[in-house]
Design a protein around this ligand. Structure first.
Ligand code: BG6
Ligand code: MG
Length: 223
């Protein structure tokens, strides 16, 4: 692991880190699965974190084991239906929905001179940040529509570091998804997981809760 002193920037995932929208994604997919008469599986909750809308739909459709050849138009309609469900749920978001400790961390990082970037797979990220009132903290944001490969590929974290003018090795990535932790590790950044150590087994540093995400705790976790 590189030294804490070499860190110059932080690359944040959004859903499940900055706010708990991962539960809204899950609810919106669950609603779609019900409409399609596809049985919901408990394992979807973790599997769908971090991966794109299209990849998520593929996981759900593949789970039936029927391998029906849906047309592109059918798949677009299904993904759009899920997103409509999701957008309705997002209407509940306010600055009170910011995960505990996150705004304090962003303030602390800004004051300490760290660069801050957003590495979210969500095309709804601008709406979410706007509703939370956090848009101004992020000096760089990756547009997921421009990526060839989603998480667990390292591309999104590599791009985010480059947009900040940094090497990935000079950055810490913060993630709640296994796919995201793998992407951070593959990029060569330091991975900080938010959630259970049993799930985020590949995280170099892991905190159960966002409250624990302080600069001091992160610095102390380096070895
Ligand atoms: C990620 C979520 O942040 O964004 C995934 O963890 C989601 O669950 C992905 O599928 C894409 O989001 P969106 O908003 O573009 O459908
Ligand atoms: Mg996430």
């Amino acid at each position: 692991m590189q030294k804490f002193q070499s860190i110059k920037g932080f690359l944040f995932d959004l859903d499940g880190v900055i706010t708990d929208t991962s539960i809204y994604h899950e609810m919106a997919w669950h609603q779609l699965a019900d409409q399609l008469n596809i049985p919901w599986q408990a394992a979807f909750a973790e599997q769908l974190k971090g991966i794109s809308r299209e990849a998520s739909l593929a996981v759900i459709l593949d789970s039936t084991g029927k391998h029906v050849d849906y047309s592109e138009a059918d798949k677009v309609a299904m993904a759009t239906a899920k997103n409509d469900n999701y957008l309705k749920l997002l209407q509940q978001l306010t600055p009170d929905s910011i995960a505990p400790g996150i705004e304090a961390l962003l303030v602390e990082l800004k004051q300490a001179g760290y660069a801050i970037g957003l590495a979210s797979a969500s095309k709804n990220a601008p709406i979410v940040l706007e509703r939370l009132g956090l848009s101004d903290y992020f000096e760089a944001r990756v547009d997921p529509a421009t990526l060839k490969n989603g998480k667990p590929a390292p591309e999104i974290f590599e791009r985010c570091a480059a947009l900040l003018g940094l090497q990935p090795t000079e950055c810490i990535g913060v993630e709640d998804a296994q796919s995201g932790i793998e992407a951070i590790n593959a990029a060569g950044a330091i991975s900080v997981g938010i959630g259970s150590k049993e799930v985020l087994t590949k995280a170099q540093i892991c905190f159960e809760q966002t409250q624990a995400l302080t600069l001091e705790n992160i610095r102390n976790a380096f070895h």
